[in-house]
Structure formats: structure tokens, C-alpha cells
Design a binder for this molecule. Structure first.
Ligand code: GUN
Length: 293
């Protein structure tokens, strides 16, 4: 069994990005610039955004966090996004999800200029991805592809089971893996809460991608010998033995599964880290696009 180490993959990608930023700065041009909007006080969201900003600093990107109150009006949030849309010094805009109840997520996603939509959530970008011509691949599926590529894991002709059909992970990764081309050509089954016989479907899979948000959902008896297991889960569960009072659990019962599979991502230390590197790659792409390069 080989551990798919997000630390190693992300560091390699960040080194490449840092070298590119260094050469941009040598030409006396400004660095790529990411703006992140954080609404409210959700602890997990705060951590994710601060990790994204930290990664920007590591590669030499500029970055800004805009904090808005939990009770903020949707119109104020949209106003803020419009300011960023019109600011030529900002290349990428992300609004951390989930958002509070008074805000309609789709309205927000649609208000971001598609050429600055580094999350790839705008319907225009979703459509481009669906038709095999993406500008921005959403960070988590992109992170999974980068992980598979780094470890030379073949997807062509393989049976893949994706557990979860979210717009952020399950749906886009299922589309990407079934598309023609590199990292694609797989036969993909998407499982969800209404799927019958999920265990049997998983047992037949060469690659299982778990993105369901339920700790230990994927058990040892659901994985065939030699399968590749990608765990996207990052659920916080109370844990008094930890300083923070919680630990992070994946969707896969790692202790049962690791002996059977050929490759597996740990949680933490797996896909989460490549996801952030993917966001940085999207931000650089937005920088080039917006400068007409
Ligand atoms: N919440 C969970 N994942 C994501 C993501 O990839 N982008 C944003 N903006 N919010 C998220």
C-alpha cells in the first residue's frame, strides 16, 4: 500500500508556482492577487480561508481577506464582489462556502466575474467544464487529478465509483474522469443517498472516491484488493484528547481499508493539501487570462 501524500504533491506544485512568480517579479510585473471573502464566524471556514491565504504567501502571491458579518445583507455581499470584479489589481475572487441562510449561494456564485472565478463555480465555468473546455477546474476535483497524475495512477479504462454528488466535488470529478483525454477515459458510477447496493458497486471499483462527509462511511469490506482509495472527507469530530477539542475524520475507515488497497490518501495530509495547490494554479491562470497572456 502506498500513501498518497498531499504534502509532497502540494510542495512540488508550490515550488513550481514560486519559481513562476519569481520570474514575473523579475520582469517588474505585479504578482497574482487573490481576494477571499469570508462571511460569518464558522470555525472550519475560517481555517480553510487562512490556509489558502498562507499558501498564497508561500508562493509569493498577493492576497486579501474580506471579513463580513454573519448577518450581512446579500446586497452588501454582491456589492463587495462587484468592487472586486472591477478592480484590475485582483485576479481571483473566492467566496468561502457555505454561506448563512439569508444569502442565496447561486446568486453569489453568479455575481463573480467568470474570468476571476477561481473556484470554477460560475455556471459559465461549469458549462465549460462539462463540455471539456474548462478555464477553471474546481479546486477539490483538480486537487484529486493532480494527486493521481503525480503518482502516475492510470484512470483510462478503469471503473471509478464516486460517492457523493455535490456541485463542489462529486459531480465535477465524475465528469472529469469520464471525459476523453488525460486523467479521463474512466467508466464512472456516481453513488448518493438513494443508491441501492453501494457496497457491491464499490467492491467492483478500481478507484473509489469518497466525498460524502460521513466519517468511516467506506468500510474495509467495500474495497477490492488493489483498489485506489481517495478520501475527500474532512469532518470535525469532538475529541478531548486534542488541543483544539476536535479531530479531522475522513469518509474512509482507514484502518480497515489500508491493508487492501494499492494507494490511499490519508486524512489529514491527503487531498486537502492538493486542493489548495489547485486553487493557486487557478489563480495564476486567472492572472494570465486577465492580462491577456
Ligand atoms: N467550501 C468547501 N469547499 C470549498 C471550495 O472549494 N471553495 C469555496 N469557495 N468554498 C468551499
Amino acid at each position: 500500500m502506498v500513501l498518497l501524500q498531499g504534502t509532497i504533491v502540494a510542495q512540488a506544485l508550490k515550488n513550481d508556482l514560486k519559481a513562476i512568480v519569481d520570474s514575473i517579479l523579475l520582469e517588474n510585473k505585479r504578482a497574482p492577487n487573490l481576494a477571499a471573502i469570508l462571511v460569518g464566524d464558522n470555525g472550519a471556514s475560517k481555517t480553510y480561508v487562512s490556509n489558502k491565504i498562507k499558501a498564497c504567501k508561500e508562493v509569493g502571491f498577493q492576497s486579501t481577506i474580506i471579513n463580513l458579518d454573519e448577518n450581512v445583507d446579500q446586497s452588501i455581499l454582491i456589492n463587495q464582489i462587484e468592487k472586486l470584479n472591477n478592480n484590475s489589481a485582483i485576479d481571483g475572487i473566492l467566496v468561502q462556502l457555505p454561506l448563512p441562510k439569508q444569502i442565496n449561494e447561486q446568486d453569489i456564485v453568479k455575481s463573480i466575474n467568470p474570468s476571476k472565478d477561481v473556484d470554477g463555480f460560475h455556471p459559465l465555468n461549469t458549462g465549460k467544464l462539462l463540455t471539456g473546455n474548462p478555464d477553471f477546474i474546481p479546486a477539490t476535483p483538480f486537487g484529486i487529478l493532480l494527486m493521481l497524475s503525480h503518482y502516475n495512477i492510470e484512470t483510462s479504462g478503469k471503473k471509478v465509483v464516486v460517492i457523493g454528488r455535490s456541485n463542489i466535488v462529486g459531480r465535477p470529478i465524475s465528469i472529469l474522469l469520464s471525459q476523453l483525454g488525460q486523467n479521463g477515459n474512466a467508466t464512472v458510477t456516481v453513488c448518493h443517498s438513494k443508491t441501492n447496493n453501494i457496497e457491491q458497486l464499490c467492491l467492483e471499483a478500481d478507484i473509489v472516491i469518497a466525498a460524502v462527509g460521513i466519517p468511516n462511511f467506506v468500510k474495509g469490506n467495500m474495497i477490492k484488493n488493489g483498489a485506489v482509495v481517495i478520501d475527500v472527507g474532512i469532518t470535525r469530530v469532538p475529541d478531548n484528547s486534542k488541543k483544539l477539542g476536535y479531530s479531522i475524520k475522513g469518509d474512509v475507515a482507514f484502518d480497515e481499508v489500508f491493508e487492501k488497497c494499492s494507494y490511499i490518501t490519508p486524512v489529514p495530509g491527503g487531498v486537502g493539501l492538493t486542493t489548495i495547490a489547485a486553487l493557486l494554479k487557478n489563480t495564476l491562470h486567472a492572472y494570465y487570462m486577465n492580462q491577456g497572456i
